[in-house]
Write a protein that binds this ligand. Structure first.
Ligand SMILES: Cc1cc2nc3c(=O)[nH]c(=O)nc-3n(C[C@H](O)[C@H](O)[C@H](O)COP(=O)(O)OP(=O)(O)OC[C@H]3O[C@@H](n4cnc5c(N)ncnc54)[C@H](O)[C@@H]3O)c2cc1C
Length: 337
């Protein structure tokens, strides 16, 4: 199936709820039909946007050219071994529905990533992560359609260039690479990941939770902390957690003994951006329709009717104040379109 619509409003297609129009909006669940449509010129490629559910983008322009939105949702077990299973899932599948499926099958790996909004196709692009887990650790390979050369190819995990909220798919030279399917390698052996302290604290000391218990705990924590985009427009963490030098972290620790710093190695430390923003007094700030979520300073919100300019202005003011107080330049996690 391929469905092409003109002058399509994107307001319902981004979790900030911002107004923008796609000149052409293409939904496809079949790779051949999508490629045929492009080859035959039925779909043009001016100003291309590959779109999942729009939960990590900030639409800053009143209009975009062509939007391609995969809606392929097939799940298939490709191979099964005593210890693990290889599962392929279409890019258009809702991420949390897929996690729910894996949990119901008893396949370990993705349960800590429960309830992250978005599509399966965007998961490797963003290298989504939460509660001590990162999706890249569970990806075997990614099937890609290059919309420029009409080539389809597979990248294994090492070829995906995964980093913190980063991957090869974010490189501007690859902006016509459509993630079409993702193959996951999931454990059949129970291996609950309780490395993240607040998650561990959900269980009695020494308790080894079942996979469904982990998923439910993650969902509980997330619901208590994060706004539901269906109720308040937002795109999750607006900024990345900055990684600074060990020396810089040590200096900050002298002035701010409570600063949380997570050392990957002695040379670099990751500082929670939410803590920095909170220290600068932004948590709960509101100005007209835009604000900083009262329960999580990392989340900028649209209380209704905000423009991208208002959101960006607030973001820039936060960046400036964190820079001034801590000498740290925050970077946006949300992708500016
Ligand atoms: C309330 C809330 C909580 C969140 N919590 C987390 C969290 O805990 N951890 C986390 O990592 N993220 C989190 N996010 C961010 C977001 O959920 C993820 O980044 C998610 O992967 C985005 O999926 P999407 O389908 O909405 O992608 P979109 O927002 O549609 O797209 C994001 C980027 O990926 C590209 N893209 C999308 N689909 C494809 C494709 N098939 N092929 C190639 N490129 C593509 C787009 O061009 C865009 O650049 C949160 C967001 C919200 C609103």
């Amino acid at each position: 199936m391929i469905k092409i619509q003109q002058n399509f409003s994107l307001k319902q297609s981004n979790s900030f709820g911002l107004d923008s129009t796609a000149q052409t909006f293409i939904e496809a669940d079949n790779a051949e039909e999508l490629l045929d449509s492009i080859k035959s010129g039925r779909s043009s490629f001016s100003d291309l946007l590959l779109l999942g559910t729009g939960s990590n983008i900030l639409l800053s322009k009143p209009a975009v050219g062509t939007v391609i939105h995969p809606v392929n949702t097939d799940i298939m077990i490709l191979d099964e071994f005593p210890e693990y299973v290889l599962v392929r899932c279409g890019a258009g599948m809702d991420w949390d529905k897929f996690v729910d499926w894996t949990v119901n099958c008893g396949y370990y790996g993705l349960e800590n990533l429960s309830l992250i909004p978005g599509s399966v196709g965007a998961a490797p692009v963003q290298n989504i992560g939460a509660y001590g887990a990162e999706v890249s650790n569970w990806i075997e390979s990614v099937n890609v359609i290059d919309l420029e050369s009409f080539r389809t190819f597979t990248l294994n995990r090492d070829q995906c260039g995964f980093g913190y909220r980063d991957s090869i798919f974010k490189d501007p030279v690859n902006k016509k690479w459509l993630v079409w399917e993702v193959v996951f390698r999931l454990d059949k052996e129970p291996r609950p990941n309780l490395t993240y302290k607040p998650l561990k604290q959900e269980f009695p000391v020494g308790y080894r939770p079942e996979i469904l218990e982990v998923r439910n705990a993650v969902i509980r924590i997330r619901r208590s902390k994060l706004p539901d985009p269906a109720e308040i427009g937002n795109a999750g963490s607006f900024f990345k957690n900055p990684v600074i030098s060990g020396c810089h972290a040590a200096l900050l620790k002298e002035n701010y003994p409570d600063i949380p710093a997570y050392y990957h190695d002695p040379e670099t430390a990751k500082i929670p951006a939410g803590w920095l923003i909170d220290q600068c007094g932004w948590k709960g700030f509101r100005e007209g329709p835009v604000g900083v979520y009262p329960k999580q300073a990392l989340v900028l919100v649209n209380y209704g009717g905000a423009t991208s300019i208002q959101i960006l202005n607030l973001a820039n003011r936060i960046i400036e104040s964190v820079q001034k107080s801590f000498g740290i330049k925050l970077e946006m996690e949300v992708r500016l379109i």
